[in-house]
Design a protein around this ligand. Sequence first.
Ligand SMILES: NC(=O)c1ccc[n+]([C@@H]2O[C@H](COP(=O)([O-])OP(=O)(O)OC[C@H]3O[C@@H](n4cnc5c(N)ncnc54)[C@H](OP(=O)(O)O)[C@@H]3O)[C@@H](O)[C@H]2O)c1
Ligand SMILES: [Zn+2]
Ligand SMILES: [Zn+2]
Length: 352
Amino acid sequence: MPKAKAYAAASPTSGLAATTIARRDPTDQDVAIDILFCGICHSDLHQVRNEWSGVMPTVYPCVPGHEIVGRVTKVGSAVKKFKPGDLASVGCLVDSDRTCPECQAGLEQFCPNITLTYNFPDKHLGGVTYGGYSSSIVVDERFVVRVPANLDLAGTAPLLCAGITTYSPMRHWGVTQGKKVGVVGLGGLGHMAVKFAHALGAHTVVFTTSASKTEDALRLGADEVVLSRDANQMAKHTGSFDFILDAVSADHDINAYIQLLRRDGNITLVGAPEKPLAVSAFGLLFGRHSLSGSPIGGLPETQEMLDFCGKHNITADVEVIPIQKVNEAYERLVKADVKYRFSIDMASLQSE
Ligand SMILES: NC(=O)c1ccc[n+]([C@@H]2O[C@H](COP(=O)([O-])OP(=O)(O)OC[C@H]3O[C@@H](n4cnc5c(N)ncnc54)[C@H](OP(=O)(O)O)[C@@H]3O)[C@@H](O)[C@H]2O)c1
Ligand SMILES: [Zn+2]
Ligand SMILES: [Zn+2]
């Protein structure tokens, strides 16, 4: 069985360290990929530290990473979309049952039988799946997405989670020209949301706790920036938003944003804080506001998002790091100190 170099966490408190993992021999439908870059999502940190223990407890060792870009090295005999040498990308999903109504609609993210890219039962090898903090991965071609040729690869990797997770709800809730759209939290997801809202033509407002990010927010495409801890600045926007995307990774007051919605406005959570958020009923019922959530996106929409990025030349703003700096990067992520996504250069794994 092929082996891969990887970085794994041994426990919630161990940090990540070099290891070796097994990858399967490609089946007829599989694509084998040498990983070039892998983004660091805050979900990796939540999972490595077992912060989602109530919903998806972490199985150790845990090899995270679901923002994968690489080059195809080998394909199975039935593979049609890829050949060796092609660029290819993999996001949060590596399998589903393919037969349920959700899969048939191309909404694999809602399939009751999905396999996530890491920390999910591995149907081929047993144990759990291992993600992209590794030198290679083998994935069924249905779950592999084509990369537009004009995009920078380090900045493309984060599109596979941060990109699709923000693009999908914006498309669903009709973000377009003439709409006023808020983005809460200027991190990996948030900065992609700003780029998409701007590209879709909406009037885009960033809510941030970090005054130091104001200029960046404007450069990324925001029309206005609000310091969310300043009640006066917040009050100026009461009742005015069609749609707000909340991409905050930690506990915060969501009611402060619900009251900024206009009648029938929607706030969608993509952030997944460890603890439940308190919601005021009155904030929702006055104004018939709605609160929803949205997980990643299906494979057809992921390809659509990448093609949209190719057309508009959109990639993540990345700080490229060697894998040896991953633990330091996690510490900075907790402090909201990333501009605006870490992307691991997987060539650095070769020295391990
Ligand atoms: N729904 C999904 O399918 C999905 C997919 C991927 C990730 N996620 C989740 O989305 C969340 C964000 O992920 P990410 O990778 O974008 O994280 P990130 O890069 O760490 O960004 C989070 C941002 O939230 C803001 N923030 C952090 N702590 C805060 C606090 N205590 N109060 C208010 N704001 C705070 C900061 O922005 P400012 O400095 O601008 O305030 C920070 O940059 C995570 O919970 C992650 O697990 C969900
Ligand atoms: Zn993610
Ligand atoms: Zn299904």
